[in-house]
Design a protein around this ligand. Structure first.
Ligand code: FAD
Length: 467
């Protein structure tokens, strides 16, 4: 192993490993260090991938209730949680091995250990196998990600009060699960355990779930999830959570009338957000500017306040999403190689993998109003889409927001089956600055759910055909 590199990447999550690959593609010598003992960061190990494995498996499990109407008799379908967890773990391992292969293929040196920045060109590494060393590098990329945060005064014990990490590996289905926080992680994991048999209550501080999403979509999602059995307490502040031998008692206060209520739970999942992770990262005398909320401060090119030190992903501001981290990783590698790396922060799609899925890109109606931008709305329900009808997936709709002056598409919001895959079309259209008229004139295959996007685009101008 060399001890002098063009680029040293700290963290092998989606930001770090993608940055390492792109830098290597560009002919730079690269080392990537991760202390986890497994590549892929939060996303592959305790985030996107295991949660989607459980969402997929639990959705198939609950789908059994619909089979008989299609003439499929499924007697004796039952849950083997241990095997479901193994299926999830195998999926994680498959993905982690994929990164090991890509590192080898791209001749990226990598090892497991904790990296500390002791100067802009030097890292001290406390190796997981006990062999400590220092390496020199022309550039350092900080991709150390984030960890779950909690509420003031509430400690995540990992026993009855847990974070998303433990919620991905429970060894029994809790009878009663309380989820604190109605964001995407709480709703996805709440859905998993509800489908497997838990009675799930979601407590949300604000007056709506999925803050930041288009409010019409968020109201629709709440209705659908309520129909699926999830219970919601909105406008509710969690004041205490008392853990006991059998579970925990959650005390909530209604923010409108101050009424207090105790809710008993076997397990409480605290999913109130994540915070940037920079513990033990800086050696004595190394000071990097941080934002007020603890993120690493960067300029528009992801340079930190120290020359030659860059930062990407969850540890810098912006949506805490794997694909945002990846784009930043690519941009930084290209900038280091003297190329014009760039991230278009206006067009970062986000998806909630509930059933149905919710996907959006661009501005919400609320943001357009706040910014006094005049807009037109086109909407089309999946109830009027032939494929959705025959698939029994008629919940939800597509909503397109376009400028009422130029017709340029400003935002697309979809709630419906496969919304996550369909949002790609909207992202492409928006990257190419398409108008709703452009989208409306594109021939979409029949019968597909994506025809609802074309119809929503037609509907901007009052021309939807199947409604
Ligand atoms: P991370 O993935 O957090 O990786 C950082 C790595 O750095 C870690 O492996 C850590 O061990 C290592 N590290 C930290 N400090 C050091 C150090 N000093 N030395 C060496 N190594 C260090 N996003 C999506 O886009 N889609 C989803 O569906 C999705 N689902 C999620 C579900 C859950 C339950 C969770 C928790 C998150 C989910 N996310 C999802 C968010 C996504 O996981 C993160 O946005 C993404 O992982 C951030 O990537 P990153 O590279 O910035 O950091």
């Amino acid at each position: 192993m060399s001890d002098n590199y063009d680029v040293a990447v700290i963290g092998s999550g989606p930001g770090g490993y993608v940055c390492a690959i792109r830098a290597a593609q560009l002919g730079l010598s690269v080392v990537c260090i991760d202390k986890r003992g497994s590549h892929g960061g939060t996303c592959l190990n305790v985030g996107c991938i295991p949660s989607k494995a459980l969402l997929h498996a639990s959705e198939l499990f609950i789908e059994k209730n619909k089979f008989s109407s299609m003439g499929i008799e499924t007697d004796n379908v039952s849950l083997n949680l241990e095997t479901m967890m193994k299926y999830k773990d195998d999926g994680v391992q498959g993905n982690v091995k994929g990164i090991d292969f890509l590192f080898k293929k791209n001749k990226i040196e990598n090892f497991y250990g904790e990296a500390k920045i002791i100067s802009p060109n030097k890292l001290a590494i406390k190796s997981n196998d006990g062999e400590d060393k220092e390496i020199e590098c022309k550039n350092i990329v900080i991709a150390t990600g984030s960890v779950s945060s909690s509420l003031p005064g509430i400690e995540i014990s990992g026993e009855k009060i847990i974070s998303s990490t433990e919620a991905l590996s429970l060894n029994a289905v809790p009878n009663k699960l309380v989820v604190v926080g109605g964001g995407y992680i709480g709703l996805e994991l709440g859905s998993v355990w509800s489908r497997l048999g838990s009675d799930v209550s979601v407590i949300e501080y604000l007056d709506r779930i999925t803050p930041g999403m288009d409010s019409e979509i968020s109201a629709n999602l709440e209705k659908i999830l309520t129909k699926q059995g999830l219970k919601f307490s909105l406008n509710s502040e969690v004041t205490t959570i008392d853990e006991n031998n059998s579970g925990a008692v959650v005390t909530i206060k209604n923010r409108e009338n101050s009424d207090e209520q105790n809710i008993e739970a076997d397990i409480v999942l605290v999913s109130t957000g994540r915070k940037p992770y920079i513990e033990n990262l800086f050696g004595d005398g190394v000071n990097l500017d941080l934002t007020e909320t603890g993120f690493i401060k960067t300029d528009t090119h992801l340079r930190t306040s120290l020359d030659g030190v860059w930062a990407i992903g969850d540890v810098v501001e912006g949506p805490m999403l794997a694909h945002k981290a990846e784009e930043e990783g690519i941009a930084v590698a290209e900038l280091i190689a003297g190329k014009p790396g760039h991230v278009n922060y206006d067009i970062i799609p986000s998806v909630i993998y509930t059933s149905p899925e919710v996907a959006s890109v661009g501005m919400t109606e609320e943001q357009l109003k706040e910014n006094s931008i005049k807009y037109s709305v086109g909407k089309f329900p999946f109830l009027a889409n032939g494929r959705a009808k025959v698939n029994n997936t008629t919940e939800g709709f597509v909503k397109i927001l376009s400028s009422s002056e130029t017709d340029q598409i400003l935002g697309v919001h979809i709630i419906g089956d496969q919304a996550g895959n369909m949002i790609g079309e909207a992202s492409v259209a928006m990257e190419f600055e398409a108008t709703s008229e452009d989208l409306a004139r594109i021939c979409h295959a029949h019968p597909t759910l994506s025809e609802a996007i074309k119809e929503a685009a037609l509907s901007v101008d009052g021309r939807a055909l199947h409604m």
